[in-house]
Unconditional design. Structure first.
Length: 284
């Protein structure tokens, strides 16, 4: 993007009159280009779309779409663009457009999770995950991919993280120990996870601390877990609240990594170096 801006400055000084006008417009409206087309730019500058196209090719781009891709990779969405998008979304929701309704529900879920990250139970959960002797993440087999990815992310901050989905009696690993003192069990609740409550009660009886991640609409009792991180109520047809669950796990693992500080940075570096070494070895 720096190269793109540098070329614009050059053309703004030494290009043809049309090139100078286009370069000046691009430089002053970089954040608006994702919403433009060659035709709309040409119309604004009283030029032909062919003139705009030739200018883009002179910069090394096949068209404005190539510039948009690069801008999206490096430029955040401005507050003005965000507000315009939200206004458009609200209009589409009011008209009952299905995808707009879906996106609106997901944004509400993200708002719920962002609010949760400022609550005391969130900070306590981050501390419990970071300081526990071992961390187990248990869920229904249908959500095992979520649990595995979450555990993989946590390994950037600490050792002793295990994913359990109950297949092959793997929940027995929790209770093969004499006690679960200083160990933590995180349960990703699911409407299909019929053993969740029994697992939570048994784990607490064995001395484990339990963090429960579940939808607000479920009827868990407060004494069945040490801490509850509530997901927004599931939308119709998605009883597991999958998009909010993904977002919560991503935010939670990131918070644990940030809390680990330099230790997480060093672990990530070592893991990257080892991964590179294995990659090079596999090519020999």
């Amino acid at each position: 993007m720096e190269d793109f801006v540098h070329k614009l400055r050059q053309y703004a000084k030494s290009g043809t009159p049309a090139e100078r006008r286009i370069a000046k417009y691009f430089a002053e409206h970089l954040s608006d280009l994702p919403f433009e087309t060659a035709a709309s730019v040409a119309d604004r500058l009283d030029l032909s779309p062919m003139t705009v196209g030739r200018f883009l090719r002179a910069l090394g781009y096949q068209g404005l779409d190539s510039v948009k891709v690069q801008i999206r990779e490096v430029s955040p969405v401005s507050a003005t663009q965000m507000q315009a998008s939200m206004t458009e979304l609200q209009t589409d929701v009011a008209e009952g457009k299905p995808l707009a309704v879906l996106v609106s529900e997901q944004i509400q879920g993200l708002h719920h999770i962002y609010h949760l990250t400022g609550q005391s139970q969130w900070r306590e959960a981050v501390s419990m995950i970071g300081t526990a002797r071992e961390v187990f993440v248990a869920t229904h087999a249908g959500l095992s991919g979520f649990a595995s990815h979450f555990c993989q992310q946590l390994t950037q901050a600490r050792d002793g993280v295990h994913s359990l989905d109950g297949t092959g009696s793997r929940f027995a690993e929790l209770f093969a120990r004499l006690n679960g003192d200083d160990a933590l069990l995180i349960i990703l609740d699911s409407h299909r996870f019929g053993k969740a409550r029994l697992l939570a009660r048994t784990a607490r009886r064995y001395g484990y601390k339990v963090i429960l991640i579940t939808a607000q609409s479920t009827n868990w009792m407060p004494d069945q877990a040490n801490l509850i991180l509530p997901l927004p109520a599931a939308r119709t047809g998605d009883a597991d609240s999958l998009p909010p669950l993904m977002a919560l796990l991503d935010c939670l693992s990131t918070a644990v990594i940030l809390a680990a500080g330099d230790e997480a940075t060093q672990r990530t570096r070592r893991m990257g170096e080892f991964g590179t070494m294995l990659g090079e070895g596999s090519n020999r």
